[in-house]
Design a protein around this ligand. Sequence first.
Ligand code: NPW
Ligand code: ADP
Length: 491
Amino acid sequence: MAAGAQSAVVLCGPGNNGGDGFVIARMLHARGWQVAVFFYGDAARLPADAAEAYAAWQAVGPVHPLSQPEPDETQLCALADVVLPGPTGPIGGTMAAAPGRLVLIDALFGTGLTRPLVGLDLTLRLCQEARAPAAFVAVDVPSGLCADAGRVLTTPAGAALCLPADLTVSFHGRKPGHLLAEGPEICGKVVVADIGLPDDPAPQVRPVDAPRAADLDKAALRGAHKFAHGHAVVVSGGVGQGGASRLAARAALRIGAGLVTLACPPAALIENAARLDAIMLRSVRDAEALTQMLDDPRITALCIGPGLGLTRARPLVAAVLARGVPAVLDADALSVWVDEPAALFAALHPGCVLTPHLGEFARLFPDLADLLAAPASSGPAFSKLDAARAASRRAGCVVLLKGADTVIAAPDGQARIHSASGAQAAPWLATAGAGDVLAGLIAGLLARGKPPLEAASMAVWLHAASARAFGPGLTADDLSDALPGVLRALT
Ligand SMILES: NC(=O)C1=CN([C@@H]2O[C@H](COP(=O)(O)OP(=O)(O)OC[C@H]3O[C@@H](n4cnc5c(N)ncnc54)[C@H](OP(=O)(O)O)[C@@H]3O)[C@@H](O)[C@H]2O)[C@@H](O)CC1
Ligand SMILES: Nc1ncnc2c1ncn2[C@@H]1O[C@H](COP(=O)(O)OP(=O)(O)O)[C@@H](O)[C@H]1O
């Protein structure tokens, strides 16, 4: 971007984000760029560092005011002179003479955004109509977007102003708002700049990283018996409902569980036997039979929910939870508790992973879903991260809240965010059964002994990577077949 650009308009705000803008203006000027600086704020009230940067810029060039709460017509004309095609005024004249493409730098508001943008409609509209091919660079976070939630703050009338960026340069690390909700789309490409702050060795919230090959390689237990890699049991539904649980079972086996057994009602045995080879089958008539089956100490993880059906779900879920081994609860195993989520929470244990999509989440945590659905009117806004963390505390186990942005939260506050956006986008996952495969992957990793937060995080990454590896035309059946290639490519 910098290679072809030699003129910049820097919009500076009233806080430290604006301070960064003044510094950027000075640095670009020192490199010979033509720079015009516009300031929305009151210089007398700038924080100390920003005031210093403001003064340093003043020694270099003018500051064109954009008064609060609303810039006036003269100020907007000055901005229009610079950013719109065919500039004529005094500022525009200088900028027009500058070669190269215009870069518009948004240093209005960053992490300190406390309320929706008002009075800046015309300013932002002028910028958006800026002379092509202007490039938009946001400092830390595009103005109007909440850095914690990835949501644009809205006024009570529903107005939501924001300046989307082509490039967002953040400091030290990615903020949740770069990864969640509308954040990825509004931020464009996100680059993290090191500003010399010490790394937190164990941050509570971080993006999901690619798993390490060594953590998944079966060679770590070279020569070991299949039982050393764990035995996962997937509890299935009745006749004609087994597809979802078969998807989960195949995924559990592919991710390396040593054995996988599908437990289904007697009537569904033939259907499942016709479709499964490497996966074992067990006829389980009811909860009592399931309890007996689960008595086997070699069973190391359970998965219940995909294709389960609601009619027999409660006693079967209760039997699974009573066994006390790590368990994934998905789909019907969650929805069946809509009238009585507290009964589920009382039975859950720390080895569980709940994998709701937003609809299932709303059945178990209606108050949190309402908060998430309410307009984001002040910063920091309630986020998917807040929702998953609160849910996890309430449930006493890991909660994985699905979507293109997925949050995995543990009761101790640890959380991981996976954003399937940009180069990590996996839109083909929006296909029936993809969630069942995810549940199976988690169960397989739990069976192999991974702790719940780690199993869920690894599974989410591998799930999206498998979707990308297969690409267009993906159906849920393809995910497990794409997984070996993904595993081979891990480093
Ligand atoms: N370690 C660090 O912290 C580092 C921080 N760094 C940088 O600092 C940035 C954070 O700075 P910050 O805290 O000063 O907040 P910032 O986003 O500039 O705005 C606050 C001002 O805006 C105002 N205001 C808010 N909303 C408004 C609205 N809708 N309309 C109008 N006004 C509104 C708000 O007013 P108030 O709510 O107080 O009335 C206050 O005056 C961060 O994003 C990064 O760029 C880096 O340099 C690296 C190290
Ligand atoms: N647009 C998308 N981009 C990335 N991942 C997605 C997208 N849409 C859905 N997913 C993922 O696909 C899975 C869908 O799961 P779910 O909603 O339970 O579907 P199903 O019940 O059909 O299996 C989840 O893991 C979700 O995070």
